[in-house]
Design a binder for this molecule. Sequence first.
Ligand SMILES: Nc1ncnc2c1ncn2[C@@H]1O[C@H](COP(=O)(O)OP(=O)(O)OP(=O)(O)O)[C@@H](O)[C@H]1O
Length: 908
Amino acid sequence: MSLMAASSPSLPIVVLPYPLILLPSAKVSIPVTKEQARFIISLLQDNQDASSQTVLGAVPILKSPTDDPKALFQLNRWGCAARVTRLVRPSALQPSQPFLVSLQGLSRFQLVEPLLVSHEDISGPIQYMNIEYPLNEMKQTPTKETVIEFKQAALRVLERLSRDAGSNASRKDGWRRLADLVENIDNGSTAASLADVLVAVINGEHADRIDYLSSPTPEERIVKATILFTKQATISEVSKKIESAVSESLSKQQKEYFLRQQLSAIQKELSSLHRSDGAKGVTSELDDDEQSDQDDMADLKKKIEAMREGSEERKMGTREWRRLKRIPQGSVENGVIRSYLEWLTSIPWPSSSLPLESIEAMKTRAYLINARAQLDSDHFGLEKIKRRLIEYLAVVRLKYLGAAAAAQSTSSTNEPSSSNPPRIINKAPILLFVGPPGVGKTSLGQSVAKALNRPFQRISLGGVRDEAEIRGHRRTYVASGPGAIVQALRKAGRPDPVLLLDEIDKVGHGSNHGDPAAALLEVLDPEQNHSFNDHYINVPIDLSQVLFICTSNTLDTISAPLLDRCEVIQLSGYTFTEKLHIAKRFLMPKQLSANGLREDQVILTDEAMEWVATRYTREAGVRSLERAIGGVVRAKAVEWAEFTDNASDNATTSQSTEGQGVKLLSDLTVTPTPNNWNPIVRKEDLEGILGIARYDGEERDREEKRGVVWGLVVMGMGEGAIMPVETIAVPGSGNLKLTGSLGDVIRESAELALSWVKTHAYVLHVTNAPGQDPLKTPDPIDVHLHLPAGAQKKDGPSAGIAMVCAFTSLLTGATVPTNIAMTGEVTLRGRVTPVGGIKEKVLGAHRARATKLILPYANQKDVELDVPKEVKAEMEFVFVKTIEEGLKAAFGRQLHWRKPGRVVESRL
Ligand SMILES: Nc1ncnc2c1ncn2[C@@H]1O[C@H](COP(=O)(O)OP(=O)(O)OP(=O)(O)O)[C@@H](O)[C@H]1O
């Protein structure tokens, strides 16, 4: 430090430690060295006698000093002259502590020269410096506006401070008193001195306060103080907000944490109580929650670690695992993440578990023979379908073997092929079994899985309206979970199961919950399904190794793109003979084992079995037949139970009478002999067991009536049947009335049929002159046509021939025998054109005991190829090309035709 010039006023200067600043009217205590303290004491002693004060100059440092002992720091040019109010020595116990000197700020001064000091100067002896006091300070009074602004800013900051003081009443009081003083400011000079007081007590930034100290004029100071207060009020507001937000969240977490701690302590206490109650060492793994929790977590971790390195699923697993560790145990979020991880790790990811079993099955030479044997052992008949399935399995195998060869040629030599088998890219067609209920569609799928040695899972799509049922809900949903595909994969436990998509025709289309059919498209498309996206799992899942088989009752409601991806296999239903075989070889043994009986305990005679098949059931499949057989077997099981009870009672009584004491019932092994148990169920017994037969052989309900003809139909479930076409004439004006939920095509076909009959009315002897309208002469009538089962929608052109016959019968009075049923589309030219579903219709008619069928000539091939021999043998088929031929086959001699020469030609 340089010494002062003798002419100007001077003050002994102390450097305020950073970041202290002393303002006039404020107080500060600073540490001083022993040497400096001695100097101050000498000053105090010098002034003891005189009434003058001991004054020092306190000057702040501009910037935070570094630790470097040689570094120089700039002192502020402005400082504050201060009265020494106190000097405190260190206590005798801690002599190393510094002295403390308390200073009371008096007025600003400016150092004549700027000063640089080192650490050594600061702690060195106190020296005098030349200073200047600002001149005429009090004369420059601030303007009114500045004072008003200053007052407002000061009051705002004081109010905030008093609010922040919370429950500290004395502090609050202090701020209020200051606010009162500010309120009472009436001139610029009081404002300036109050500004010093306020800036001294309000925490501001060091630079701002230095700047304030260095302002010589009151006006300047008030303006700067106003800015400082405004800034401070804003900072305080923001920091208060942050503070309260932080403390709120903290307190919530802490609260939860404490509650959970308490809960676990209570649980521990309770479990120890239980343990000491049931002291006899009966502990259950269910008791130790904490242990099982730890085990679960360890298990989860292991599973994530077992996932393929670098795979998407592993990355997701790791990410979620880290999140899980951060979230307090037992919280809702924790549970959500845990169950997600459990799902993620339980999916059989293609690379994590390799389907060795199915590979072994495919490698064996007898693979196809075994598959055929499997299909035969599960299903009777279905020759064509089994052949097609064997083709399918052969293709799957060839594809695998091809892929295996390709993989082997490219694989590295150090990897044995069995430990890393090739991935099968499943581009085999997706099979779609179509047919009526109970014909074995689902069970065929099961057989395919068994033949391939793969797990089988069934996904029922009936009534699925929401895309999320297939794809899962996003995790943001409450109680969300994965969709049916992922659930089935998890249950299967392998990446290559056979998944049966059951009732694909009943899946809902486009709703406000997405389109489930569209989700299925992605699942079934081999081009897309290697990265199937389940919304819940949110990691692409490879479904290319899954074999999909679909089932449906009808093709009508399946969307075209979905149908396009499938190869359709029709199952039309069984004949009575087939049903009998199925019943004997499959259904009976199945029901016996389901009811805990042996084969020799229930024997249905052939006649009784046939009776069940023909009189109690009439469906295309065998489900009701199985149910009926189940009913018989159950009735026999009850009889058997009663029989064994009686036998054991007798045994007990006879033993006790022999004087050997009464034995426990369980000690007795009662084996009733075949002599006294009757296992036979005869035709006559059925009524007592199953009730009255629903169908009788004669079909008495089918009355031969004018205007009624039996048509052949395929019902909504894909089942063939016969259905009456009923017509009556009512007084009217020559109109046609149609009822029975008829679609447009069937309505048009009815109009066409009536037109044909009208044109041929004269030839058929309905009218007496050509050109007369049979509905207007002799009396005007309306014709009403009805197809029963009105609740069921009907459409299609195949009832054309039956309608022509019905109108002809109505108008001529000739009737069609009830053993005759017919199908065929008609044209205006009088042609009978082919229709679909012949096999189903023929089988349906056979079940309904129709014996003569009139069919379009062009469908002859279908009958020859598709209809079983035994049905053909029992039925008469008339194949017709024209309506005349059809009418002749239906009515025979009953219908009279005018001679050809007088026929009005209807042909174009
Ligand atoms: N040819 C057959 N041989 C042996 N059993 C059969 C045959 N066809 C069907 N079954 C038996 O009939 C029962 C019903 O079959 P399944 O459940 O497969 O019918 P489905 O065609 O899938 O019917 P739905 O359309 O109603 O689902 C099963 O117990 C099945 O084993």
